[in-house]
Ligand binder design. Structure first.
Ligand code: F6P
Length: 359
């Protein structure tokens, strides 16, 4: 391998730039040439590539977002184009590979979440040497204990809880915070524990509204006239349905989560008579500067990805297990999920200190 390329795909996460910086610096240091591909896999199809230098990554370590741009729309295997005023979907994967060949690119570092990993795995099967880096604030990628971006999102959500705590206490209100995480409860669990929530509701444990109400009443009996609830956007009541909005874009169906926090808040107010408010934290969790932990993890991932290139070991995702960076085959993880399980140590700790999980 003499020339590699790097792209970022899917939603952004704090630490993307730190990975790009580590990839570029390590590769250049080892005598490889590096190309940046703009706007994810769309840029690979549309030939948006540029040669990267040390200068391209100067000063980007603490910056949120991605200097390469990203999108969770473009899939080269089902690529959206407009022909004669009509939106059509075509397989442009050969075109994308041809663009890499023309630029003399031998291998690709893909930084992304499950959708990106799935595309990376398909390209690998077509013969493209690929190495993946696990990115998402949701921490829901299997094979790794941590994705970068998660720690920052947890920090933002914890800060929000600290702020909601003082206003909840002053107004004797119930404050509900809805956090991201898709179908996983990692952000809710970690931020709820760090921010001293009274109830943490996660998708893995369908909640019982009466348990939440009982918790609020129990606190009132102990003189605490306010409560703090964290609910993951993917949480849903026992026997109820996942709260989703289906958005149909062309032939793609996107599922947008959210709204469950507001629903629960209205119910709490109705059943307890306590004035209640909901805050939906949203994309604030994804923006801005990464924490020290995420900067370090991202840097380790970037270096490890280039090490795979140097070794000539492809088809893997770099991952964190027991604080060691390891390699796991992308084929083993693509399309799978990593969720909070019943034996999770933090979940058990939460139960031990009396935090209601809604079951
Ligand atoms: O996967 C990251 C994430 O932020 C999820 O937590 C959230 O459900 C989703 O992306 C939001 O996606 P979008 O930015 O497309 O609204």
């Amino acid at each position: 391998v003499k020339t590699i390329a790097v792209l970022t795909g899917g939603g952004d996460a704090p630490g993307l730039n730190a990975v790009i910086r580590a990839v570029v610096r390590t590769a250049l240091g080892k005598g490889l040439a590096v190309w940046g591909i703009k706007n994810g896999f769309g840029g690979m199809v549309e030939n948006q590539m540029f040669a990267m230098t040390d200068e391209s990554v100067a000063g980007i370590l603490p910056r949120g977002g991605t200097i390469l741009g990203t999108t969770n729309r473009d899939n080269p295997f089902n690529f959206q184009t407009v022909k004669d005023g009509q939106v059509i979907y075509e397989n442009k994967s050969e075109q994308a590979l041809e663009n890499l060949r023309q630029a003399g690119i031998d291998a690709l570092v893909v930084i992304g979440g499950d959708g990106t990993l799935k595309i990376a795995s398909e390209f690998y099967e077509m013969g493209l040497p690929v190495v993946a880096v696990p990115k998402t604030i949701d921490n829901d990628i299997p094979g790794t204990e941590r994705t970068f971006g998660f720690d920052t999102a947890v920090g933002v959500a914890t800060d929000a809880l600290d702020r909601l705590h003082t206003t909840a206490e002053s107004h004797h209100r119930v404050m509900v915070l809805e956090v991201m995480g898709r179908y996983a409860g990692w952000i809710a669990l970690h931020a709820g524990m760090a921010g001293g929530a009274d109830c943490i509701l996660i998708p893995e444990i369908p909640f019982v509204t009466e348990s939440v109400i009982a918790k609020i009443r129990e606190r009132q009996q102990h003189g605490r006239q306010f409560s703090l609830i964290v609910i993951a956007e993917g949480a849903f009541p026992q026997g109820g349905e996942l709260s989703v909005a289906r958005i149909v874009e062309g032939s793609h169906e996107k599922i947008r989560l959210g709204g469950i926090g507001e629903k629960l808040t209205r119910e709490i107010e109705k059943l307890t008579g306590v004035e209640s408010r909901c805050t939906v934290l949203g994309h604030v969790q994804r923006g801005g500067t990464p924490t020290a932990f995420d900067r370090i993890l991202s840097t380790r991932y970037g270096v490890a990805a280039v090490d795979c290139m140097i070794d000539g070991t492809f088809g893997n995702m770099v991952a964190l297990q027991k604080n060691q960076i390891i390699r796991v085959p992308i084929a083993d993880i693509a399309g799978k999920a990593h969720n909070v399980t019943a034996d999770n140590e933090l979940l058990k700790a939460g139960r031990a200190i009396g935090i209601c999980f809604g079951d």
